[in-house]
Write a protein of this length. Structure first.
Length: 247
């Protein structure tokens, strides 16, 4: 199969998975089942027909509106589908078929809902972070880096626990578990790189929100999105950046 065709197939599969992630993002923090009932309009509750539930394409054809009630559907649905497809296609190009692609894809599929759920609800669901930590450690076994994954996960979690204690709750428990999960997947030193990116982007985002009046200094700002972004950037960029720095 030509490379371009395999990348296109991975993108389509990723967009389809992104459609499911939209369900997770909406229902998980509300305590609803992510399996049943079938997808429905968030405004009128009308079940979405199969021909209106084609990733990316249906949103564009319907111009971002429900066919039944005509009310607008959040563009986030399109964004999540596109992001999932692009991320998995980029991982395919970088890793090819193998354990590296499987690990990167699983990490991305867990980080995306964490990003948006924490952004909206200020929570990092245990239903994702706990299994994610376990999966990261299990995948480290065939990669021959279980000790590194375990120590990095423990170190990242302990580091964030210290921050939480020192800040008297300024850092949430969900961030501690998420940091441990990222440590299991990335290992050392990529996790350090991920945390540097996370703290930098978190600080910049916080300053911008305060400067634009969307947040005050006393308002909590979720850190999960920054951690998720840092992990993705680290997956693609940590190795070459660290090699350049050390070289």
């Amino acid at each position: 199969m030509p490379q371009w065709l395999s990348v296109a197939v991975v993108f389509v599969v990723g967009a389809a998975l992104g459609s499911f992630l939209n369900v997770v993002i909406y229902r998980l923090p509300r305590g609803e089942s992510i399996v049943t009932p079938r997808s429905r309009c968030p405004h009128c509750g009308t079940p979405i027909a199969s021909h209106d539930n084609i990733p990316v394409l249906s949103f564009l054809l319907l111009r971002g509106r429900c066919r039944a009630c005509g009310k607008p559907i959040s563009p986030r649905y399109l964004v999540v589908e596109l992001l999932t497809g692009v991320l998995l296609a980029a991982l395919w190009v970088r890793e090819g078929l193998g354990l590296g692609f499987a690990a990167g894809a699983l990490l991305a599929l867990m980080l995306l809902p964490i990003f948006f759920i924490d952004l909206d609800h200020h929570i990092v669901p245990n239903a994702i972070s706990y299994p994610g930590l376990l999966v990261g450690l299990l995948l480290a076994i065939p990669q021959g880096r279980l000790l590194d994954a375990s120590l990095t996960a423990a170190g990242a979690g302990a580091f964030f626990l210290l921050i939480a204690v020192a800040s008297r709750g300024g850092m949430g428990g969900g961030d501690i578990k998420l940091a441990a999960m990222i440590g299991a997947f990335l290992g050392y030193p990529a996790t350090v790189f991920a945390l540097l990116v996370a703290f930098t982007t978190g600080a910049v985002a916080g300053l911008l929100l305060i400067a634009t009046g969307r947040r005050s200094r006393k308002d909590p700002i979720p850190f999960g999105p920054s951690l998720a972004l840092g992990a993705v950037v680290a997956w693609f960029a940590a190795a070459p950046v660290i090699a350049w720095y050390l070289g």
